[in-house]
Each structure stands twice: as structure tokens, then as C-alpha cells.
Design a protein around this ligand. Structure first.
Ligand SMILES: Nc1ncnc2c1ncn2[C@@H]1O[C@H](COP(=O)(O)OP(=O)(O)OP(=O)(O)O)[C@@H](O)[C@H]1O
Length: 303
């Protein structure tokens, strides 16, 4: 079996007026969940479509396990993909739809029922696709993507339409698949979910790479230092003390203030020395959303 590494190298797609993807290079490792993030119109879907040979690049290349997708002999067994909520014939049942896909790829029919069970669609397996909700279509898409027991999964916004239980279920599923050594590449706008789900992220904006690496490292490398959120009835005294110690302090809404330039123990000590009563003292760790917005600032315009 191939190692399932995805290598994107100098990938570029020029549409008539828009450079949708601009000399983009990154690597997606097996055994990890990689979040593919970027503002609207950043080029995520176009990139995934080029990786899957659905759009031809203007220049550059993408390989999966060392091969271009177009050259893969049994694509369903190497790569499972959902690029939009699964499209199936409206009058067909989910089960018949999957059976057709399986038959075309030489996959045993028994696998269809296993996958329907895995995604929780067994009770609706004999219902027609036209009556499916968006969340059910997503689940069917995942079942289809997993039919060939692929080494690599590429999912564009898979949480779309899933309810909270469905999102949690998918998180467990994708983490489990990565733990088995598979490559899982997921695009999403749900940054809090990505922070929990992804091991690595690739962040792009305006078609270009902004950064890539382990989520923790990217959050840790954010340019903003620690921020300390405080609440106090003695705000004037605290402002004087913080400024005197070289920190900055600004209102943060709801009666709270944010301090930068000092860490939490320093703020606690200053407050004690100044006789300031504190009702809250929290060191706020920047989250993925904060880092994403900072890194893509000014580069999120729709093109
Ligand atoms: N077939 C096409 N013809 C012309 N322009 C296109 C085409 N497909 C995409 N684009 C443009 O390429 C840019 C990138 O689009 P793409 O759908 O790849 O972004 P995205 O990151 O997936 O966005 P979103 O998060 O909104 O889904 C956009 O400006 C889009 O309008």
C-alpha cells in the first residue's frame, strides 16, 4: 500500500480573471488529520479539485502516494473524497446508490451495508435520496468515500449540515481513521472544531500559502503575546498600576479589561500591591480562530 502522503507542488490555477490558486505548495502526512483552512474564495475547493484531477492545473502538480490521481489504477481504493454533499440519483435509495458505486469499482455489496451502518444510515437505507436532509446526504457521502477502504480521505466541508451529535461523531470517525495510519485532509470554516479535530493545518488566503504545520505550533507562534483578562471594581487603580509596570490595558466589553505586556502572575502581584480587588484573572490562550484571523487579515477579500 502507498504511504498516502499528499504533495502539492507549485500548484497554480488561473481562471480568466482570477488566479484561484497561486504557486501553492504543501505536504499532507499520513496518520494525521490535516485541516485545510482559508477565507471564502481562498482557493481550497479549486486545490482539492486539482488534487483529484477534476480541474487541470495551469502549472504545478499534486501527487497522492507519489502518483498523480489520474494515474492511480484503483482510485476508490486509494482515495475517498467528498467535494460537496453527495450527489445521487434522486429516485434511488441510498443503498442502491452505494451498490452501483461499489459494483462499478469491484467492491463487494456487503461493504455497502457495513458502511451504511457505520454512518448511521441503516434506518434510512431504503428511502429515496430525494427525501434526504443535508446531514443525511453528508453521511451518505462519507459512506461512499469509505466504500473502497481508502488510504486517503479528502473531504470538503464535511460537517456542513451535520447536527452537533453528527459533528462529534464525525470527529471520532476521522480521528480514528487517522490513527489507523490513513491520510485525512479536511477543509472547513469551523475553526473551533478544527482546533479539536486537526493535528496539522494548512492555511491559505488569496490562493497562496500563509502557513502550515501542527496546530499547537501555529497557535504558539502567534505574534500576539499572552493576554490577561481581568474584572475589578477598582479599575482606575489597576490601570495606573498596569501602566506603571509597562503593560497596556483596554476595555474588552462586558466590564472586563484585557492586559497585554504582563503575564498573569505579574498582574496578580500588581493588584495585590495596589490593594486592588480582582473578580477575575484569566490568561487567555489565543485560539485557532484568533490566529487564523490575524494571519489572514487584509487577505480575505473575495476575488
Ligand atoms: N470554474 C471557475 N471559473 C472561474 N472562477 C472560478 C471557478 N472556480 C472557482 N473560481 C474562483 O476561484 C477563487 C477560489 O474559489 P474556491 O471555490 O476554490 O475557493 P474556496 O476557498 O473553496 O472558497 P469557499 O470557502 O468560499 O468555498 C474564487 O475567486 C472563485 O470565484
Amino acid at each position: 500500500m502507498s504511504n498516502g502522503q499528499i504533495v502539492v507542488s507549485g500548484l497554480t490555477k488561473q481562471y480568466r480573471n482570477v488566479r484561484a490558486v497561486d504557486n501553492l505548495s504543501f505536504v499532507v502526512e499520513p496518520g494525521r488529520v490535516t485541516g485545510f483552512l482559508g477565507p471564502n474564495g481562498a482557493g481550497k475547493t479549486t486545490t482539492l479539485r486539482m488534487v483529484l484531477n477534476l480541474v487541470s492545473p495551469t502549472s504545478g502538480s499534486a501527487t497522492i502516494g507519489g502518483q498523480r490521481y489520474a494515474d492511480v489504477v484503483e482510485p476508490l481504493r486509494l482515495v475517498g473524497a467528498i467535494l460537496e454533499a453527495s450527489a445521487a440519483h434522486k429516485g434511488r435509495t441510498a443503498r442502491n446508490h452505494l451498490r452501483c458505486v461499489a459494483a462499478a469499482a469491484g467492491i463487494p455489496a456487503a461493504r455497502v451495508d457495513e458502511m451504511l451502518e457505520l454512518v448511521g444510515l441503516t434506518p434510512a437505507a431504503k428511502r429515496k435520496f430525494r427525501g434526504y436532509s443535508l446531514g443525511m446526504k453528508q453521511r451518505l457521502g462519507i459512506a461512499q468515500a469509505l466504500l473502497g477502504d481508502p488510504q486517503v480521505l479528502i473531504l470538503d466541508e464535511p460537517a456542513n449540515g451535520l447536527d452537533p451529535e453528527g459533528i462529534r461523531w464525525m470527529r471520532g470517525l476521522l480521528k480514528g481513521l487517522a490513527q489507523q495510519g490513513r491520510t485525512v485532509l479536511v477543509s472547513s470554516h469551523l475553526l473551533s472544531e478544527m482546533e479539536i479535530l486537526a493535528d496539522d493545518v494548512v492555511i491559505i488566503a488569496a490562493g497562496k500559502l500563509i502557513t502550515q504545520g501542527p496546530v499547537d505550533q501555529i497557535i504558539g507562534a502567534t505574534t500576539t503575546g499572552p493576554q490577561i483578562r481581568v474584572r475589578t471594581p477598582d479599575i482606575n487603580e489597576l490601570v495606573t498600576a498596569v501602566r506603571g509596570a509597562g503593560g497596556t490595558i483596554n476595555p474588552n466589553g462586558g466590564g472586563a479589561h484585557l492586559i497585554t505586556g504582563l503575564d498573569a502572575p505579574a498582574v496578580g502581584k500588581l493588584a495585590l500591591q495596589a490593594g486592588v480587588e480582582l473578580h477575575e484573572l484569566v490568561a487567555e490562550r489565543p485560539d485557532l480562530e484568533h490566529v487564523f484571523l490575524e494571519l489572514t487579515q487584509g487577505r480575505a477579500a473575495i476575488r
